[in-house]
Design a protein around this ligand. Structure first.
Ligand SMILES: [Mg+2]
Length: 303
């Protein structure tokens, strides 16, 4: 149809949703939250899980590399702990004062005539605090966070759709933390140090935690929020998350550098450069009856 042709011409890729990572994407790495997070994770591993200090930096790196987050890796190799306890320890002492209100970004986001959704591996408390500090509350239709993809503390992986819960719903209480229940911890560093790392990766234990950059996690998030990857731009500071997003069909924008990498369709040094780099995103609102017509996914909106 003539109208549709004109619409596509204006719209280019015909996006209807913008999916944003939160940390180091909507605010700069220089804020120091990432460094604070890393330190708190190391303290948690020593103080709560009893891991020797000298072993922690290498273990952190190996777990992060192989499981997406250190937390997911710790669960994979056999540590059991309360997820809420972990998140409150790791995020509770972050230098949130370094996050200042960003009225420029707020105005940019609010002027975009498209769905906007947050997708973070962090928990809902951190996401909410960080967005409030940045003055970005109310800019997003919903938040896909740790609890969205991991609603129940379980020791086994499950694909049961009934397990999916949304932010705002109550989850059953977690069992109490008990270090002594960690009967057998998998020696991942010893395992990977053997002859051929590429082969040994195959023998790694699975984690029950669902998180980026797992393609299954991204696909689950898209399904929950009713997002079509072909019509969505994914903004992320992590190269491996960008590449995983690309593999599931998302259009991708690497944030934090102007250097594009494999898997990134665009690269922005700062998220604030979005209007210069992607002016067509604002065109959607200028085409009558052709912009976003989706129904808001009310069940996962944080009120
Ligand atoms: Mg990030």
């Amino acid at each position: 149809m003539e109208f549709e042709d004109r619409y596509r011409q204006v719209q280019g890729h015909n996006y209807d949703c913008l999916l944003f990572d939160l940390d180091d994407t909507l605010y700069p790495l220089s804020s120091g939250l990432a460094a604070g997070c890393r330190k708190n994770i190391e303290d948690y591993m020593h103080e709560k899980l009893g891991i020797e200090r000298s072993k922690i930096p290498e273990l952190c790196n190996v777990l992060y590399k192989n499981y997406g987050t250190t937390m997911a890796g710790l669960r994979a190799i056999g540590y059991d702990f309360d997820y809420d306890d972990y998140h409150s320890f790791v995020h509770g002492r972050l230098p949130y004062d370094n996050l200042k209100p960003d009225p420029v970004l707020r105005s940019l986001l609010l002027s975009l005539p498209l769905r906007k959704v947050i997708f973070t591996n962090a928990d809902k408390v951190h996401a909410s605090v960080a967005l409030n500090r940045l003055g970005l509350e109310g800019c997003f239709e919903g938040i896909i966070c740790f609890e969205t993809l991991n609603p129940i503390h379980k020791s086994t992986v499950s694909d049961d759709e009934d397990d999916i819960a949304f932010v705002g719903r109550k989850s059953p209480p977690c069992p109490p933390h008990n270090i002594s229940s960690n009967a057998k911890i998998f020696d991942i560093i010893g395992h990977l140090s053997q002859v051929n790392n590429n082969i040994n990766v195959i023998g790694l234990p699975k984690t029950p935690i669902v998180c980026k950059p797992s393609e299954a996690a991204i696909e689950k998030a898209l399904k929950i929020a009713n997002i079509s990857p072909q019509r969505t731009l994914f903004f992320e500071d992590s190269v491996r998350n960008i590449q995983a997003g690309k593999r599931v069909g998302l259009h991708t924008v690497l944030v934090g550098t102007s250097q594009r990498v494999k898997g990134a369709d665009y690269a922005l040094e700062r998220i604030h450069n979005i209007r210069e780099a992607l002016p067509e995103l604002w065109e959607a609102g200028k085409v009558p009856e052709a912009n976003y017509t989706g129904t808001p996914v009310e069940t996962f909106v944080i009120a």
